[in-house]
Structure formats: structure tokens, C-alpha cells
Design a binder for this molecule. Sequence first.
Ligand code: SDX
Length: 428
Amino acid sequence: MSETAKIELDGKIYELPVFVGTENEKAIDISKLRDLTGYVTLDTGYKNTGATKSAITFLDGEEGILHYRGYSIEQLAEKAAFIEVAYLLIYGNLPNKEELHAFRQSICKHTLVHEDMKQFFEAYPSKAHPMGVLSSMVASLATFYPESLDPNRSPEAKNLTIHRLLAKLPTLAAWSYKNLTRHPFMYPRNEYDYCKNFLYMMFAMPTEEYQVDPVVVDAFNKLLILHADHEQNCSTSTVRIVGSSNANLYSSVSAGISALWGPLHGGANQEVIEMLERIHADGGNVDKWVAKAKDKEDPFRLMGFGHRVYKNFDPRAKIIKKACDDILDKLGVNDPLLDIAKKLEKVALEDEYFKARNLYPNVDFYSGIIYKALGIPTEMFTVMFAIGRLPGWIAQWKEMTENKEPIGRPRQIYTGQTNRQYVPVEER
Ligand code: SDX
């Protein structure tokens, strides 16, 4: 393998170092390119550009591989508890029994949010989208914990901020939903584990005993693990670049929540269900909708299909698709949208347009079917994604701060007007 990359510019040959990662990914290190050559690179959307070196998540888009800290997603989704995976992503190793117990205890201690924050919810319109509420609420946490404003104050303070955010996000998320339904807020119960506590706060009412179905808890646990991290995706890159200005964790994650909301990113899970409902209402004619997705004149895209990195099956989509049948069967749910999704997948995967572009179902294609079966309302689907992705955002922010990475500040190539002279149009 080459040790350096040679480029010829204006008759001169330059050599740039090559960097190889632990999974044999190769990069040309261009950190000195402009100093050496006066040139910058141009890569709109960063399709070929590595923003950092990271030891957290590895994914191979061609082979459909996803590992968290070296563990395959298949193993973790099958056997682990989400809170264990959160610990793994953030601290680098799976916790032993004592570490897991201490981690759970610490999270339990911080699940409540300051009572003053409840008033914030009253200011929102009754149909406020929970993602807009959640992003603002998470940013507001920084105003209640001023010691979090300096991310590098001390390892202990950083850890406390991390535990506070992990603990409070499910509470704020559940209350964002209660705000939508105008139902009374339910307080966390420390005897419940992470997933059960969230489902309790989402669905319980003060007037009756609420039994959380273990099938629902297990399905939710699996979905959160599958969403926990995904290397430098749009929202994680947002968290890292906001954090690179030394902004606090709450502000950085709030920005990540906003980026995740976009329909091309985490917002796709809500779009998929709405798309399936449209197709169902339209008589279930999947061929018509696949044709629309291929028509360049038609803005319609097959939501939940395609991926910037995976040019093969998204391993998460495979696991979720299998879990769909299992969970709907256990819950006795028969959802016609699942049949439409499977038909859509079959037609698309046999279609030249999709094959030529390596477009496969991604993590969002089937997840909404399960969320719907769990009783999660569509507006909350991307909030579910955010709860899952939180440990990944935290781990990536923590890695960036501990590696003392420089503030992110990409270059550009200017293409606007040049050398224009100001001509006053009035006496001043
Ligand atoms: C997530 O990055 C991550 O890791 C993200 C994520 C994570 O865990 O963080 O995996 C989560 O965001 C999954 C993606 C969810 N988004 C969707 O499902 C929205 C639908 N998919 C797309 O819009 C698209 O596929 C993207 C945004 C996911 C990827 O877009 P790219 O890599 O910029 O690719 P592109 O838009 O340049 O598409 C390449 C070609 C184009 O056709 P041509 O111009 O070559 O003729 O494929 C076509 C696109 O028109 N295409 C689609 C399509 N996706 C791409 N055509 C129809 N339907 C689609 N869904």
C-alpha cells in the first residue's frame, strides 16, 4: 500500500502522507495541502472527506458492516441492554457488573428536570412538533447547570453533565409528547430501567396503574441500540462541529437534534410511515410510487431508501425488518403498511434504477412500523431516534474534546462578483 500520495500541480510533484486505520480504511492526509500548494480540496457534502479519526464506530458501506467499539451491531442488538451500549460507546468498554450498577444508579439520580422547565412547555402551541420542543429544552439545560458551560472544567464535571443529559432526555422527550396530547406529565420512577421508565412516562396516566409490556420494552431496547451511533453522519458531525467551538454538551446535542429532524436524515422515519399511509390510501399500487421515485420531474423520493455510506443492505434495516414480523406477531398487530413496505422493497430492489444506484432500505424504512406497533405516535418517531442516538452524540463530543481537536472551520471557493465599486444613490 502506498505510504504517500503524489499529486502534480502546476508542474510540481507533491507528496502527501497516507493514513491507514485499524480496519484498513485509507486516507490521504491533506492537512498541509494549502501550505504546500496553495490549493484546497472541494467536496460538497463531504462525500469523500474524513473529518476526524475516531475509535467509536466502524461501518463498511460496501459490506454492510456496523461495529460499536469493535462489537458487531448484531451481537449488541441481540444480547445487550441499551444502557450497557451507551456506556460502551461513551467510555470505550462494556461495563462490568459493578460499573453497570453504578452507571444505572447515577442515571436514576438525575432523571428529574428542574420544575421551572415545566413552565416552558406551556408556552408552546398545542400542536408543537416534539423535535422542536426537545431541541430547545436540551439547549435550556445549560441555563440550569452553569458549571456545564466550560466543557473542560474537570473530568468529574464533564461526567456529571453526561449523566445528567442521558438521564433527562427521556423525561423531556416523554413530556414533549404529553405536551402534544395535553395529558398530565408523568414523573420518572427510579425502580424502572431506562427503556421501561421512558415508556411509563410516555403512556402512563395518574388515574390508573400502567403495566409496561415486556415485549414492548425489549423491542424499544433493540431499536435504541440500533440507532445509538453511526460515525460521522449529519447530526453527529453537527454535534462535533458545534462542540469544537468549546460549546457545552447541551448546546452541541441540541444542534444535533435539530440536524436529525431533517427529512433526509432522522426525520425520514416519520416520512416513511406518512409515505406508506399515502400509498395505502392510494390503493397500495407500489409500482406507481416506485415510478414516481424514479421520475426526475417528480420531487417524490422513496423515503427510507438509499444511504450516503451503505451501498449494500443497512445491517440495521435487516435486523429491524426481522424484528418487525416477530414483534407485530407477539403484539397481535396486523399492519397493512408492513405488507406495503415489503412489496415496495421487493419492487425497488428488482428495479434497475435502484440497483444501479445501490439504493437499499435504510434504518428508517422499517423502524416506523415497529414504533407504530408499540403505540408511539408518528410525530414522536424522530424523538425515538434522538433518544437512541444520544450516547453516540455524547461519545463523539467527548472524544472530540478529549482529543483537543481544533475548531471546525472548512474552507470554500468563492464564485461571486469581484471588484465592484460602491456608487452612492443619495447624499449622506
Ligand atoms: C439516516 O449518514 C448516516 O449515517 C445517516 C443515518 C444515521 O444512522 O445517522 O443512517 C440515518 O439519515 C438514513 C437516511 C434517511 N433518509 C432517507 O431515507 C431519505 C431518502 N434517501 C435519500 O434522500 C438519500 O438516499 C440520502 C439522503 C439518504 C443519501 O443521499 P446522497 O448520498 O446525497 O445520494 P444522492 O441524493 O446524491 O442520490 C444518488 C442518486 C440520485 O440519483 P441521480 O442524480 O444519480 O440520478 O440516487 C437517487 C438520487 O436521486 N436517490 C434516490 C433516493 N435516494 C437517492 N432516488 C429515489 N429515492 C431515494 N430515496
